[in-house]
Ligand binder design. Structure first.
Ligand code: AMP
Ligand code: MG
Length: 421
């Protein structure tokens, strides 16, 4: 890691006092490897987990040629190319109950969707194109050999890799894997993330506040964001701005977790010990990111644990978590590929103040007009301490580094927060 830090600090455009968001993201990514360790889980227990080994199909899916329609299974060679065809109904095939026998010349078998194609038949005529009377059925012309048939193995072939390592197990994957008859999966073990807040002014809910004290809210947002990602959380509470206490908290956290996340104390005020302690305990890169909110960010390693020192302001915590920590955790959890959060274009309905030189993440409310156009309105006050703005918002309005102020009516890019983690 030291070498990597040295390399990057020698790069021409590297400025630790004003590092672009994308660059910081890419640099963090360079240090990350999926966590080692996997476990076997029953299929349902694997929902939300990440595959550590491929899922290989032990069967053809579907296992047999079967009908895609309710209709009649016939021999294509029996059908008149021009004019009607009348065939004898020899029996019926249902999903799960095959027709017992062959379809012989001039015969048709009534067939339901999903039923196995009886031997001899090669074509399905859908029931809407058939007229049945007694044991006789009549079709018009214009059919294709092999129509309305689902072929054995057309979905998956025996031996085919169905899902690779890195796949997230979502409801679709549960169903897909169940369709193969597989009952157990190998998934990465859960990532362990320890977190604590730093600050003499912080009190936990349930205690009385004295003058100048505030309730610790960051531990709650961080806990919530971590839980949505499905990691194991270790809440270490509030740690005072005391060098010895902080040092102990950092080394305890690093000993029991894969990742340590803290908030506060990363600026370089008098009581901001984080930088100095980390430099003593581990290998740390400190950046001032060219972004608003969320300027100071520490990233590094203490032993094997990755460390993220987030700023103290509650909005900055959420913004930096979504912009840097979330991606990093996904990589560590084994997810592959980890794609950047998608950006949507929306028309901005108010003027936005913005100075070029840093990326801004303003909080916005995205709505859809009656004409189907997406529009976004910035929440009022954009101060980094105003958590209400995050609660009101359903998106970040992402204003790029080079961009200046935005006039009402212009298009802007937004990151949708709904369902993000
Ligand atoms: P700091 O980065 O420690 O200087 O903190 C910046 C601002 O964020 C200060 O106003 C702190 O009181 C506030 N702050 C820091 N940590 C928390 C927290 N856990 N919950 C709420 N506010 C916090
Ligand atoms: Mg502080």
């Amino acid at each position: 890691m030291k070498q990597l830090i040295r390399d990057l600090s020698c790069a021409d455009d590297y400025d630790p006092n004003s590092l672009p968001v994308d660059k910081a993201r890419a640099l963090i990514r360079a240090f990350l490897e999926p966590v080692a360790g996997a476990e076997q889980l029953a299929l349902r227990a694997a929902l939300g987990r990440v595959l550590a080994a491929p899922v290989i199909s032990p069967v053809d899916v579907p296992a047999h040629d079967n009908s895609a329609m309710d209709g009649y299974a016939v021999r294509f060679s029996d059908l008149n190319a021009d004019g009607e065809t009348a065939l004898k109904i020899a029996g019926a095939a249902y999903a799960g109950i095959p027709f017992n026998g062959d379809v012989r010349e001039k015969e048709a078998v009534r067939i339901m969707t999903g039923a196995v194609i009886p031997p001899g038949a090669d074509t399905i005529v859908m029931q809407e194109h058939a007229k049945a009377e007694g044991d006789c059925v009549t079709f018009g012309s214009g059919h294709r050999r092999g129509q309305n048939l689902r072929r054995a193995g057309e979905d998956l072939r025996n031996g085919q890799t169905v899902l690779g390592p890195g796949a997230l197990i979502r409801p679709a994957e549960l169903g897909l894997i169940a369709s193969l008859g597989i009952a157990e999966l190998t998934v990465y073990r859960r990532l362990r993330v320890a977190f604590f807040s730093t600050g003499d002014e912080l009190r936990s809910i349930g205690s009385q506040l004295e003058e100048g004290q505030i309730y610790d809210s960051n531990r709650y947002t961080i806990w919530g964001m971590l839980n949505r990602l499905g990691v194991e959380t270790i809440d270490m509470g509030v740690v005072r701005d005391d060098s010895a206490l902080l040092e102990k908290a950092f080394s305890d956290a690093a000993a029991m977790a894969d990742v340590v996340i803290t908030s506060g104390g990363v600026s370089v005020g008098e009581a901001d010990f984080v930088k100095e302690i980390l430099e003593r305990l581990g290998e740390v890169v400190f950046w001032k990111i060219a972004m608003k909110p969320g300027r100071p960010l520490a990233y590094g390693k203490i032993g094997n644990a990755h460390f993220f020192g987030l700023p103290g302001n509650p909005v900055s915590v959420m913004v930096t978590f979504y912009q840097f920590v979330r991606d990093a955790l996904l990589v560590l959890m084994g997810r592959h590929p980890v794609l950047p959060l998608p950006l949507l274009k929306a028309r901005c309905t108010n003027d936005l103040k913005k100075a070029p030189g840093r990326t801004e993440f303003q909080r916005g409310v995205l709505t859809q007009d009656t004409n189907g156009e997406w529009t976004v309105l910035a929440t009022g006050e954009q101060g980094s301490g105003i958590l209400r703005s995050m609660s009101e918002a359903n998106c970040f309005i992402v204003l790029s580094e080079a961009q200046g102020r935005v006039a009402a009516g212009e298009m802007v890019e937004v990151q949708v927060l709904e369902g993000l983690v």
